[in-house]
Write a protein that binds this ligand. Sequence first.
Ligand SMILES: [Zn+2]
Length: 372
Amino acid sequence: MITQGKKRAERSWLGEVSAVVLQQSLRDLEGAYRAFFDSRSGKRKDPRAGPPSFKSLKDRRQSVRFTANARWKITGKGLLSLPKIGDIPVRWSRTLPAVPSTVTVIKDASGRFFASFVIETDPQADADRWPVEDVSGREVGLDMGLNHFAVLSTGEKIASPRFLRRAEKKLRKLQRGHARKQKGSKNKEKSRRALARQHAKVADARHHFHHEWSSRLVREHQAIYAETLNVQGMARGNLAKSIHDAGWSSFLAMLEYKAARYGRVFQQVGRFFPSSQRCSVCHRIDGPKPLHVRTWTCEGCGTVHDRDTNAADNTRQEGRRLHTLNQQLKVAEGHHGDPKRLRSDEKTKDRRSRHDAKKQEAKESRPENRAA
Ligand SMILES: [Zn+2]
């Protein structure tokens, strides 16, 4: 198909790139169609896949992937040698721990080029890179804050760094300016580029910040418990909030893979869990509190609570409970003869609790309870 296509004048540009890249694109398309059809016939469970779609014209990110048989290489001088393109100088952000199999070259919306490598990792080697620290019994709960990036059950509050806040402020300003420029004008194109550059800057800074904190939290604790996102809240269209939420989900993803890599426990806790209403000491549920209430005294045991720290500690306790439950289920499945049945029981229970969760979530996302 590719060979035929190349012969036609209007498709002659296909000959300008490595054939392996084109074959890979077709293979990706095939994979996408298979996922879609398997999804429809019920052969594929989760996640459900829709039909493949074309790339958006508005998406200015472009990428090309070279697999092992595309005969690309890193030269002795540290140049990236790509078929039909040539040797490209690279500013290496880190040394590669192993020989990569695949490289993806990405051009982002602000016109910068990146090379991203696929590398097989060795979990033991990863674990060995970290100094041994005794973290047994050290657990932490995390609550997503509005005024802070996150609040820990230990009482520590992680503020967004000032450079990030400043960059975000500048981003909002550029966004307003861009919206005022006339469509199709030179100024619009100019402001689009400035905006894309600032977007990239903010994304990089945030990414770096997330890496730093996720590493530290995983390194210092045996178990990390965090609340999941309020997806309903995200759909609400509050821009600042949705940026914040998007940041949180990428941060959670980092915690998850780092915890797995270093043998730590990572457990997420649903948002329906009344983390801001329950006293973390005596577990009395005090009812919803308006957002401006930052500290409160429990009527049951008299403990004075910081709203966020109390919520984070509730998350820690609930996270541990869920994790213990999951472990017990696993053990039960291993010992009893009929794992199928147990699994189906578990499923119905799960579905029911998800239903309750939805109801609860709807309640919790009423304006006065937001950020609960
Ligand atoms: Zn209490």
